[in-house]
Design a protein around this ligand. Sequence first.
Ligand SMILES: Nc1ncnc2c1ncn2[C@@H]1O[C@H](COP(=O)(O)OP(=O)(O)O)[C@@H](O)[C@H]1O
Ligand SMILES: Cc1ncc(COP(=O)(O)O)c(N)n1
Length: 289
Amino acid sequence: MSRRGDEEGNRRVSPRALTIAGSDSGAGAGIQADLKTFAALEVYGLSAITAITAQNTRSVYAAYELPVELIEAQIDAVLEDIGADAAKTGMLASPQIIEAVAGRVRKWNLRLVVDPVMRAKSGDALLQSDAVQALRSQLLPLAEVITPNLPEAEILVGGPIDTLEDMREAARRIHALGVQHVVVKGGHSSGEPIDVYFDGQQFVELRSQRIKTAHTHGTGCTFSAAITALLARGLPVEKAVAGAKRYITEAIRQAPGIGHGHGPVEHFWQWRQLATSTDAGSEGLIGAS
Ligand SMILES: Nc1ncnc2c1ncn2[C@@H]1O[C@H](COP(=O)(O)OP(=O)(O)O)[C@@H](O)[C@H]1O
Ligand SMILES: Cc1ncc(COP(=O)(O)O)c(N)n1
């Protein structure tokens, strides 16, 4: 691990987490969603931006990949000074970026959560199709946790996933690629959004009610960032995943309804709940909403 907290003169050393992902100008997904999630869970967030997208709740209008050397330099800069207790990846765009990030994960011996982002909710591609092989062979064997949604899991295993048993089989096969803990997310299913967790021995089903909403932009980013933050805080993987499921469910429930398409979730719902609770007076800290 690259954490260097003990050497610092700071009196209060907080957990840190690093996100290696794309920028979403609409701030519902990507780096922006990750940093908000880290902050909400009281983890100091660091970032290395892989690509810049011009994006809102409706669509991705343009994307520009940053040079590989600049991505490596961002990772080195924050880790040689500040350190991270855990890291996550989001949009990686190309095989060259995946290769560079895998190199840095090895160099810094990072605890890694991989969100294998392939498409935005709007349907726009965020990963080149020839990058899937690099993802499988180079990054997955370094991952402590991977969080594919159903379409991503189908691409990783090369077949359809229709039932809960298909999800379990996909988790088994992705685990066999070298990932220690697999969470196949069920948000894209038609029924309840059941996520299937597999650690190589046991399966756990993470269940919640389906919230009827259009505002699910950045749910995968937020979920994987919450896992990363809770790992950075020292939780064991299974507890971090269960905590992240509770966090994302409430974040979707309290989505603020921003934009005209798939809007963002509410990252600061814990604070908002506290701030509006009657404990803080009849109007709460920011007034009842
Ligand atoms: N409508 C919903 N109601 C409740 N939970 C949901 C809903 N949609 C997604 N989720 C949950 O949000 C997380 C992200 O899910 P998913 O939509 O599958 O990923 P992605 O954003 O990567 O496509 C998962 O834990 C999933 O179960
Ligand atoms: C930069 C970036 N990273 C990730 C996503 C995926 O998020 P979603 O699937 O919710 O659109 C995105 N839209 N943009």
